[in-house]
Design a protein around this ligand. Sequence first.
Ligand code: NAP
Length: 135
Amino acid sequence: MSDIVVKDAIIFITDANRERGIGRALVEEAIKRGAKKVYATARDVSQLDSLSSQYPGIVVPLRLDVTSKDEINKVAQMADDTQILINNSGFAGYCGICFNHDEQAAKQELNVNYFGTLNLIRAFCKTLIKNKNAA
Ligand SMILES: NC(=O)c1ccc[n+]([C@@H]2O[C@H](COP(=O)([O-])OP(=O)(O)OC[C@H]3O[C@@H](n4cnc5c(N)ncnc54)[C@H](OP(=O)(O)O)[C@@H]3O)[C@@H](O)[C@H]2O)c1
């Protein structure tokens, strides 16, 4: 992340809930580089309690399952000052998909990794364009 872009920016990062996850590290790095506000999402929003208490007034926790279009549209409305969107959510079926022919896992990969990302970009598109000069 470039310091120039991140400083004073309002950033939306999906899935910052896992203690050692990339999402959480991205939130912490963004704040270290001077982000003004970071929307951090999780399926279980209570897993964001430690982040929001560590960075009061900066981290805004939001519930989001990226496979739900309704939830995506809801958070996109709530976070309409977002300038940078980071799609971090991911699901990996790994060998289950190849060796066990786990079709459910394959579908979940597509729903999270492809459609989740696509639907988030679509939901935030106008907001990002509207806010791009404010960064
Ligand atoms: N770590 C690596 O080496 C590596 C390499 C290449 C790419 N990546 C990608 O980088 C991203 C972060 O990696 P990571 O290692 O930090 O991932 P991770 O520890 O496996 O965490 C995945 C995150 O995605 C969330 N998630 C899964 N299904 C979801 C859904 N339906 N809606 C919302 N969130 C959902 C999980 O939430 P829950 O906790 O609720 O399950 C979790 O927060 C992922 O997209 C991953 O594919 C990672």
